[in-house]
Design a protein around this ligand. Sequence first.
Ligand SMILES: Nc1nc2c(ncn2[C@@H]2O[C@H](COP(=O)(O)OP(=O)(O)OP(=O)(O)O)[C@@H](O)[C@H]2O)c(=O)[nH]1
Ligand SMILES: [Zn+2]
Length: 379
Amino acid sequence: MLPAMKTVEAEEEYAEDCPELVPIETKHQEKEENLDFIIKIPVTIVTGYLGAGKTTLLNYILTEQHNRKIAVILNEFGEGNAVEKSLAVSQGGELYEEWLELRNGCLCCSVKDNGLKAIENLMQKKGKFDYILLETTGLADPGAVASMFWVDAELGSDIYLDGIITVVDSKYGLKHLTEEKPDGLVNEATRQVALADMILINKTDLVSEEELNKLRTTIRTHLSNILDLHAYDTLSGISLQKKLQHVSTAPHLDQSIVTVTFDVPGSAEEESLNVFIQNLLWEKNVKNKDGRCMEVIRLKGLVSIKDKPQQMIVQGIHELYELEESRVNWKDDAERACQLVFIGKNLDKDILQQLFITAVAETKEQTTAPGQDGACPPH
Ligand SMILES: Nc1nc2c(ncn2[C@@H]2O[C@H](COP(=O)(O)OP(=O)(O)OP(=O)(O)O)[C@@H](O)[C@H]2O)c(=O)[nH]1
Ligand SMILES: [Zn+2]
């Protein structure tokens, strides 16, 4: 899936530099040293809407057999998000993780100034990698992220963009691709698909063949103009430049989508936690201070459930959610806590946190907490 190509340029230079009459072992060593300086390191951008399955793909790549030293760079959304970090850790393999610290919470807005620096720092700290996988946030405009590599090519950086993989969720992909944005802006999901070198349609187990075909057709027809550019796809820089001309990059994210995180000490009753989540994702009856219904697009959490030794992981995407055991046990009761991340519209941290504490941490009975009255229309 990820081509192991060195650049042609690097191969040629190497051929010239390579000494001829030396013992095999030394030659091998020198080869490695030389390559260290010459070979450019490929970067694959893994993008896709919130919850599409980017991290799952990265974990899959990392746990498959490979003889490569792969670095994974994840970009952080919102301030100091410990939950996102702990949820993204891979289970095995030679994994080096680096988080891009983002001043304004958005990779596409701040990557130009510090993205490459973060990667270069990472390489200085950990030595060279054979491959870099960069997962964008679900709301990133991959065009802006990609163009940083193309600009940098002129500056002689030792990394280059190998390609953009866009992961599309079979269940919600169509909804994301057809979502209308104000001022006729192109939505994030469409941008991500438009700039893809490879599109991975994921979660096919959740839909029928018919739904899947509909999604495929939408992707094809919707974007045929842009995808046709692949006809000239010989050097990634050129085709990318062309693609970027067609899909101008968005300077800013949709401001109506916000991230809320909180950390509540203690353990939750499993049933109460389910009720809390279901009110939010299924009943959709939780309102913010302005009386608007909260709309959760993505939910992630690391929670403690009473009487369960393992740390539990919550994963939610629109109205689908699951609660699963992680492989990590709580060390002692003192550290038990529930950390949650919500990404969506009309979210209010105080109300969500209070609701969580009321519903989960303190009482078993269902009470009507603030912000939770009357039904909200479906969204
Ligand atoms: N049914 C099903 N679920 C999947 C599949 N792939 C991933 N998931 C689930 O989808 C959820 C989200 O997956 P992630 O890999 O975290 O998605 P992501 O794109 O990295 O999410 P963000 O970084 O939050 O945007 C998890 O609960 C996964 O287990 C699949 O093929 N089928
Ligand atoms: Zn992810």
